[in-house]
Design a protein around this ligand. Sequence first.
Ligand code: RFL
Ligand code: PHB
Length: 390
Amino acid sequence: MRTQVAIVGGGPAGLLLSHLLHLHGIDSVVLERRSQEYVQHRVRAGVLEQGTADLLREAGVGDRMQREGDVHDGVHLQFDEERLRIPFRELTGRGITVYGQQEVVRDLAERRRRDGGQVLFEVADVGVHDVTTDRPFVRFTHEGVERELHADFVAGCDGFHGICRDTIPAGTRTVYERVYPFGWLGVLASVAPSCGELIYANHANGFALHSMRSAEVSRFYLQCAPDESLDEWPDERIWAELQTRLGTPGWTLHEGPIIDKTVTAMRSFVAEPLRHGRLFLAGDSAHIVPPTGAKGLNLAVSDVDRLADAVATYHRTGSTTGLDGYSAACLQRVWRVQNFSWWMTSLTHHFGGPDAAFERRLQRAQFDYLRTSTAAATTLAENYVGLPLR
Ligand code: RFL
Ligand code: PHB
């Protein structure tokens, strides 16, 4: 088989890249390890930056998001029982869109199907070869048959546990990593959201987040141990802990049936550079942020926006400037977002340890600063709604 860009991974990064390339008249084939059913039902991100939502609309894949997504003009931060609203729209003129990642993936997959795009699900034994030559290719097994996909470029959009990153020789890449001493217990519940906007709470018991997916479905997260067993969290304990950590006078948290529970460990991770020969990494395959800033999906979108443009410019003009600058340009945004995600995490979580009481005093001071300083609140707001894409 031959195509112009071989894309490993059919998550948001891979599918959006394939669609953006198609808009530029460039062929691609997406190779995805999981089934279509699995990919479209994986519960993950929920917050789209203004730039991400704008890009999806401009690329013609934002119709359902426009109808069903919920635009928010602010978020709440809470310290113990004190709640503070950060008014994004007022401070930055921009907002965020709450729309599930799996809905974005469904919209992209459906559009690829309608446009005749090739997305192969349930591929196995994927290996990337000869990326430092002019003739890179991907070998894989599909429906029991071993195949080779030859391309001009290979895009590694295969997430944190993918294989593309490891094809870059250890001597030519540098990994930066921080592992946090806690994880998130994610909960999906069949109950209307109890607040119109997200609430990030720092309580003496630890972090809690109130989010939502629709008028009937709420999404919650609770700080827990990184290797926490779900057996420790029967539904009654989850609701009791959410009531405690999110509670504030005059506000009621509504309870309902819990329909999904997962535990996610938290890390910050960057592998530099994002390019090796004709292999380009994008999204979680190259970087992970702790989810507190709601940035992972948005960073993936920013990477593939740049990559599609660089590949299109190369095909149109022969210029390699965009491709050559891809890694450095992405990394500049990646590190800004790393900083913001680490900061939001540090502001709202308990790290434990001997200086825990000192840390909580610092968090309180930062919270008070956000409450009293427009400059501080604006810094949070402009990072949360997202800096301009390019
Ligand atoms: P993905 O989504 O992991 O997709 C990678 C795809 O590659 C496939 N794959 C392979 N395919 C072929 N061959 C192989 N060898 C393969 N190995 C893997 C996988 O099956 C998969 O389909 O990476 P991508 O596309 O870079 O997208 C990144 C986002 O998924 C991720 O950053 C976000 O979900 C992070 N995230 C959030 N991001 C936000 O922007 N806003 C949020 O509110 C937000 N909340 C979250 C999050 C992530 C979370 N978890 C579970 C990690 C909340 C949570 C709890
Ligand atoms: C979500 O709704 O899944 C969500 C919202 C905000 C975050 C992380 C996840 O920071």
